[in-house]
Design a protein around this ligand. Structure first.
Ligand SMILES: Cc1cc2nc3c(=O)[nH]c(=O)nc-3n(C[C@H](O)[C@H](O)[C@H](O)COP(=O)(O)OP(=O)(O)OC[C@H]3O[C@@H](n4cnc5c(N)ncnc54)[C@H](O)[C@@H]3O)c2cc1C
Length: 185
């Protein structure tokens, strides 16, 4: 009987892993398990009530064709600035975030005109923040999986880089480990 590989999560990392697995010369059966109602994970475009298309994730990935060309600019705010405000107990309203984004676009990009369309979303814990010793933890997890002979390999933004390209490479390498064409650690 042929081999079956289960890929958990249909974000870009899981999609990349599935793609590389299914393109292998002796491709296993690939079962992609996604917990939400859609594929893509953080890569997501949404349409506002007036029909304008916004990126909620990476701004470089847009719908194809003319629609993508008209997709609106993402202004991403966060990090310590946001955490400090919240820690002080300040209510961070959607309006305050919109103003902050508009100021940032004016200062950083020279866009002085107010936006014609605006959509504010708050994503919590949306980009993994690696802490000191991250690589040691990864090494130790890889050693544990190898020592226990667990048929499991890790891929995704939590491990080897958060950029979309890192995630695709992480999925490719995970597929190669599963197929035995790359060592497991
Ligand atoms: C606002 C924002 C802007 C960004 N901008 C950029 C950018 O400009 N350039 C860039 O390179 N990168 C950018 N990134 C980073 C990049 O988009 C992410 O790191 C990448 O998309 C993460 O992909 P992933 O597949 O590893 O994880 P995710 O996208 O988190 O996908 C994981 C998937 O697994 C599913 N899942 C989770 N648990 C389970 C479970 N138990 N069972 C089944 N399914 C499960 C989830 O529903 C999800 O679909 C941005 C990210 C954000 C949030």
């Amino acid at each position: 009987m042929g081999r079956t590989v289960v890929v958990l999560g249909g974000g870009i990392s899981g999609l990349a892993a599935s793609y590389y697995l299914s393109r292998a010369p002796c491709a296993p059966k690939v079962v992609l398990v996604e917990g939400s109602e859609r594929l893509g994970g953080w890569i997501r475009s949404v349409r506002g009530p007036d029909g304008a298309v916004f990126e909620l994730g990476p701004r470089g990935i847009r719908p194809a064709g003319a629609l993508g060309a008209r997709t609106l600019q993402l202004v991403m705010l966060g990090g310590s600035w946001f955490q400090t405000l919240e820690a002080k107990g300040s209510a961070v309203s959607q309006e305050a975030l919109r103003r902050q984004a508009q100021e940032a676009a004016a200062t950083q990009l020279g866009l002085k005109e107010p936006p014609s369309h605006c959509l504010v979303h708050t994503h919590r814990n949306c980009i993994p923040q690696y802490t000191l010793g991250h690589w040691k933890k990864l090494d130790s997890a890889a050693q544990f999986l190898a020592a226990q002979r667990l048929p499991l390999t890790l891929a995704g933004a939590s491990y080897e880089g958060v950029a979309v390209t890192d995630c695709i490479e992480s999925g490719r390498r995970a597929a190669a480990r599963v197929l035995g064409s790359e060592p497991s650690s």
